[in-house]
Design a protein around this ligand. Structure first.
Ligand code: ADP
Ligand code: ZN
Length: 750
């Protein structure tokens, strides 16, 4: 830093405010100023933590002073800051909030590093997390000199052990010698050993041991894909690819070998998978293949564990990072390849706070880093394949399964005119035959609970949530009606709450009810259910999966949780109880979602040695999403869907931004949304932008958690123009403080 009479810095603050802020640095802090550190600054009447962006030549007088610089080392570097700025601009979100989101939550818990001395007066640095948690440290002992004859017994054994083993940790010594802290303290006191307290990492996979396995010789299709990826890697330039291959076609093997080639170049790899696919099996496959440090980031980690992994990556101790959505922000350097597996998964989009899409940002990060980006999927997004056809992505196809397993025989069952029976006859027969033949069955229904609503046969009253515009789902196991949006619950009534009539009926079925009907049909079968209700507690999930794996479960009923990522070789029959719920969502992607889901469910059948069978019950047996899915024909689906998208002007032919305006007051929400739409139309006219302003209309869920919601949709062929209209809009739009406005760029659920 140049010596100045005044030293002013620019600070990003994690509050919903546009722009950055400027502060004066008091002279004693000058040497500590480095961009990327956190600072404590006065803000209004409060003190807040902000992020140092750099020095500033702002000449404002009346600047407030930085109170404290909170970190010894920066938390992010210039490249990372560039990435954060890109995100803040693109998603129209304050930079401070983007930075806060990108850093692990554990960091914000560290209240202070403290310098302490241990009993020998040796200084030890300890980072204390607020709330009593702190970075885990352990004592390590080393032999200093061992002349003292007076040391006998356990002390003697420990000294001998240290002489032969070198340094040992307290827990290693405890394992060998039992409790020995008093003995150790005495040895330290007489200076026979030295002790050093160091940080240790919490490793969630530490108890598992992994063997080793070697790369597989690639088949011709894999070889071709790998060749293209390897060539791109060697150029050291950004190169995005779509790796399109059915489940079992060997995509993961291609990732593994591309990563091996990346590591050989001295670079690192980032692997994103949907949370649900982040299983020990997958992690095991990586750990068996690679000797290097592998960091795993998943939602089961505590803030402390997540922070440990983050620091391990920051220090360069991991060359591969595997994780769900947020792993995109891992502080990995020299990234050579980024894999986004199951790139079509909606869970890559964050639905709160900064509404980023990790799949899209993987391309941005790849571009900034000059990396190869692989988007892998059996059912790529329509927009992704379109980009590949337009030549913006390399297209790599694995058309066949590695082991010549036939695709399962798949049939649509027409449920029309069947009075809403849960199971049509052919499905019951197939389940019976499968049970008798010793095969396992999966039954899929994307709705949890027992019944989706309760209606009074006398007055027609339907039980609804008082806070949200939805019906309450009856959960028999809890004996309550539950709102799936705000968790409001009501004990099950025996009479209609409105007319006191006795004829109340439960309609619409969820997984709980399917489970009950299956148990009635096949009392001898062992039946289990897996959805968010059954797997709440830690380990619930694993128990069910193990039961399917070891064959002790005959029939498993579940939501999309069972459709994804799992490999169950014993499953020979899959039944889709109803494919209609997802087809009828008010979203232009409902056909695409249904195609993906049914394809995935089909992929669960016949993965072992025996052929599989799939039966799909539906009220829309002619719908192209279903006919294409059962014919295992992605291309047929794409050809129809792209025509529809073009006709209605949806992505990939346009880009979208959804504005949601909400308030606890119905009239205020309506008024604010009308004002917003009018203002947007005026800006569009004045600036002559080719953007469509649609709405306002009430949102598909008109009321959630007591807030009334209105929506405006902006559609445009050029992203730049969409951004321009929003920048102008934000600068002038004002609304009452009770109104909330959320802009969702590239919305995934509408
Ligand atoms: P995907 O990721 O497309 O589902 P995988 O890479 O998991 O496919 O491969 C499916 C199965 O085939 C795995 O058991 C894998 O070990 C095996 N496999 C993959 N590539 C080969 C190969 N070239 N030779 C033999 N087996 C392979
Ligand atoms: Zn509710």
């Amino acid at each position: 830093m140049p010596t100045l009479s005044r030293h002013i810095v620019e600070v990003a603050i994690p509050l919903p405010l546009q722009g950055s802020f400027h502060y004066l640095v008091p002279q004693h802090l000058w040497p500590l100023v480095v961009p990327g550190k956190r600072v404590l600054v006065p803000f209004g009447k409060r003190k807040v933590t902000g992020y140092l962006l750099g020095s500033s030549d702002n000449h404002q007088n009346e600047l407030k002073e930085v109170i404290e610089i909170l970190d010894e080392a920066p938390l992010f570097n210039a490249d990372e800051l560039e990435f954060y700025c890109w995100i803040a601009n693109y998603y129209l979100h304050p930079l401070g909030e983007v930075i806060k989101m990108a850093l692990p939550a554990g960091i914000n818990l560290v209240s202070k590093t403290r310098l302490e001395t241990d009993e020998d007066g040796v200084p030890v640095v300890t980072e204390f997390l607020a709330g009593g948690k702190h970075v885990r440290t352990e004592k390590f002992y080393r032999l200093r000199f061992d002349g003292e004859e007076k040391v006998r017994g356990k002390g003697r054994e420990i000294l001998d052990h240290l002489r032969s083993e070198g340094e040992c940790s307290a827990s290693q010594l405890r394992e060998r010698f039992g409790s020995c802290s008093e003995v150790l303290n005495r040895l330290v006191k007489i200076a026979a050993v030295t002790v050093e307290e160091r940080e240790v990492y919490r490793d969630p996979f530490h108890h598992e041991s992994f063997g080793k396995d070697a790369p597989l010789p690639l088949n011709a299709e894999q070889e071709k894909a790998f060749g293209a990826l390897h060539a791109a890697l060697e150029t050291g330039k950004f190169a995005p690819f779509l790796l399109h291959g059915v489940t079992g076609s060997g995509k993961t093997e291609v990732y593994l070998q591309t990563i091996a080639a990346t590591l050989a170049e001295g670079k690192t790899a980032l692997v994103l998978v949907p949370e649900i696919a982040l299983t020990p099996q997958l992690v095991g496959r990586f750990k068996r293949r690679f000797d290097c440090g592998i960091a795993v980031l998943h939602s089961g980690l505590s803030d402390g564990e997540r922070y440990d992994e983050w620091r391990r990556i920051r220090r360069g101790e991991a060359s591969i990072v595997i994780g769900a959505r947020s792993a995109l922000f891992a502080p990995l350097e020299r990234v050579g390849v980024i894999v986004v597996d199951e790139e079509h998964e909606a869970s890559y989009k964050q639905s709160e706070g900064v509404r980023y899409n990790a799949r899209d940002l993987a391309l941005v990060r790849g571009k900034l880093a000059g990396a190869v980006v692989i988007l892998g999927s059996a059912t790529p997004l329509i927009t992704t394949l379109y980009a590949a056809r337009e030549g913006r992505l390399g297209y790599l196809r694995l058309a066949n399964r590695v082991r010549e397993l036939p695709m399962p025989e798949t049939t649509l069952l027409d449920a029309r005119g069947q009075k809403g029976a849960t199971f049509l006859e052919p499905l019951v027969e197939a389940m019976r035959a499968n049970l008798e033949g010793g095969g396992q069955t999966l039954l899929f229904l994307n709705r949890r609970g027992f019944a989706t609503y309760l209606v009074c046969q006398d007055c027609g009253h339907v039980l609804r949530c008082p806070n949200c515009e939805v019906t309450l789902t009856y959960h028999r196991s809890r004996g309550r009606h539950v709102c799936h949006y705000c968790d409001f619950t009501l004990p099950a009534p025996t009479l209609c709450p409105k007319c006191q009539g006795p004829e109340i009926t439960l309609l619409g079925r969820g997984t709980e009810r399917v489970e009950e009907e299956v148990k009635e049909l096949f009392p001898e079968a062992s039946v289990a259910r897996m959805d968010r209700d059954t797997t709440r507690g830690k380990g619930g999930h694993a128990r069910v999966l193990k039961g399917v794996e070891d064959g002790s479960i005959d029939i498993l009923i579940g939501t999309q949780m069972i459709a994804k990522g799992h490999d169950f070789p014993g499953v020979t029959l899959v039944g889709v109880v109803s494919a209609d719920a997802s087809l009828n969502l008010p979203d232009f992607r409902s056909a695409e979602r249904t195609f993906q889901l049914v394809t995935q469910v089909i992929g669960r059948a016949g993965r072992g040695d025996r052929a599989g069978r799939v039966l799909v019950q539906t009220l829309a047996p002619e719908h192209y999403a279903l006919t294409a899915a059962v014919a295992h024909d992605y291309d047929a689906f794409y050809e129809q869907e792209i025509v529809y998208r073009r006709d209605v002007g949806y992505p990939p032919f346009t880009h979208l931004v959804a504005l949601t305006i909400s308030s606890t007051s119905h009239t205020q929400a309506e008024k604010a949304s009308e004002d917003a739409a009018e203002l947007l139309r005026r800006i569009k006219r004045d600036c002559q932008l080719r953007v469509e302003v649609l709405g306002p209309v009430t949102a598909p869920l008109g009321k959630v958690r007591g807030r009334f919601r209105w929506q405006i949709l902006l559609k445009g062929k050029e992203r730049m123009e969409l951004h321009r209209i929003l920048f102008h809009f934000r600068a002038v739009y004002t609304h009452p403080s009770t109104v909330r406005l959320v802009a969702d760029v590239d919305p995934v659920e509408m």
